[in-house]
Design a protein around this ligand. Structure first.
Ligand code: SF4
Ligand code: SF4
Length: 136
């Protein structure tokens, strides 16, 4: 399965168009919206993960968006946790709205589920030991 995480920036005139719906219907892409900021009449932003059995199909869908004036940026960063300096205090889990970070029994060690991470970066400043970094 091919996957791509992208930021889509919609010009104000396009925020009410059903472009993402057409990605699903006409290009058979599976869409997982990670973050969205859409206000009618203003520039809109969507962070999403797109998947399909082939990378070519994803590219066709992204080309469709570009041809309609949507700016497509590929996400080139990720969250890394330094397990050596992490003290499993749990402070980062309190700010992680997607449940990508968790601590639970029996070992009470920090666990990071990269698939759930929406790259909001809230955990970075919440960590007292600076164990969380954004890596490009
Ligand atoms: S970047 Fe956001 S979603 Fe990802 S682990 Fe940190 S707080 Fe959770
Ligand atoms: S806040 Fe930092 S030290 Fe505490 S559990 Fe999270 S990564 Fe580890």
């Amino acid at each position: 399965m091919a996957k791509k995480r992208v930021i889509l920036i919609f010009p104000a005139a396009l925020t009410e168009e059903a472009l993402v719906y057409k990605l699903v219907r006409d290009y058979q892409l599976a869409i997982n919206i990670l973050r969205a900021k859409i206000t009618p009449g203003e520039e809109g932003r969507l962070v999403m993960e797109i998947s399909n059995s082939t990378e070519k199909a994803i590219e066709r869908g992204l080309d469709y968006l570009r041809s309609h004036g949507v700016l497509v940026e590929e996400l080139g960063h990720e969250i890394r946790i330094d397990q050596d300096s992490c003290i499993d205090c749990g402070a980062c889990t309190g700010v992680c709205l997607s449940d990508a970070l968790s601590i639970s029994a029996p070992d009470w060690k920090l666990k990071f589920d990269k698939e759930k991470c929406i790259l909001c970066e809230l955990c970075v400043s919440a960590c007292p030991t600076r164990s969380i970094k954004v890596v490009f």
